[in-house]
Design a protein around this ligand. Sequence first.
Ligand code: HSE
Length: 298
Amino acid sequence: DCIKVFAPATVANVACGFDVIGLAMDAPGDEMIMRRSDKPGVTITAVHGAALSTDPAQNVCGVAIQALLQKYGQPEAGIELELFKNIPPGSGIGSSAASSAGAVVGANHLLGNPFTQKQLVRFAMEGERLASGAAHADNVAPAIMGGFTLVRSYKPLDITGLHTPADLWVTVIHPQIEVKTSDAREILKQKVLMTDAIRQWGNVGALVAGLYQENYDLISRSLEDAIVEPVRAILIPAFYELKVKCKEAGALGGGISGSGPSVFMLSRGEETARKVAAMMDTVYAPLGVDYKIHVSQI
Ligand code: HSE
């Protein structure tokens, strides 16, 4: 009567697509054991691997499931969960999103699947609102739907899955420092220059075209961010060196993963993705910062 849920790490923004494009990795991911409960509402029995609250109102899993239960409309319904955090909070690979997404996918399953994927994304976004102050969907959508996703509009919510080329891999380095998404959002400028905007929407359109055409050169040229990266780069040790060296090692390109401090690089094929991982290691080893590197097919 209990289920185990795996919810993957995700890379939001993917360079040019701030708040609209995201992709799902194979691993790492958060895990949770969930079951129906006689106690109405959400009960979080324990959180392992991170110092997070078990109070459902202060935990993204609790808030996301609560949003789902409210829509479900049966006041006696109860969900219990135990959370295993494998993605550290503040890592830039969708830690809060994985927990929110896994929680609503699991709750939906336990209730007999009354909701659509799109509704689940909406509930999981409430977890993101608690975590970062903004109900962005570019991590929860790929965590729930898999592959690449695009948020065309937030009001009304309009999300679509995108094609993922067969041989596209992602390498992520996660420096073990915490960057709060809320802080990384606060430093952003609220206005953009027309010239930067033109560059950015050219890249977003071309990235989507590149994914559908499986055109790795076009994908490579599109991985550019004229708006957010220049402001956030200061949060990440050796960011520009990492970018240059990883491209020398064969990466198509990359940028800050979500709001950082993780940095992602896309590659064609596993062999290149692993060379990029080795290059990340070379750049980071002398810095005296702890880090983890993940290689995953998309
Ligand atoms: N799009 C969000 C941001 C993702 O960059 O702030 C946070 O993981």
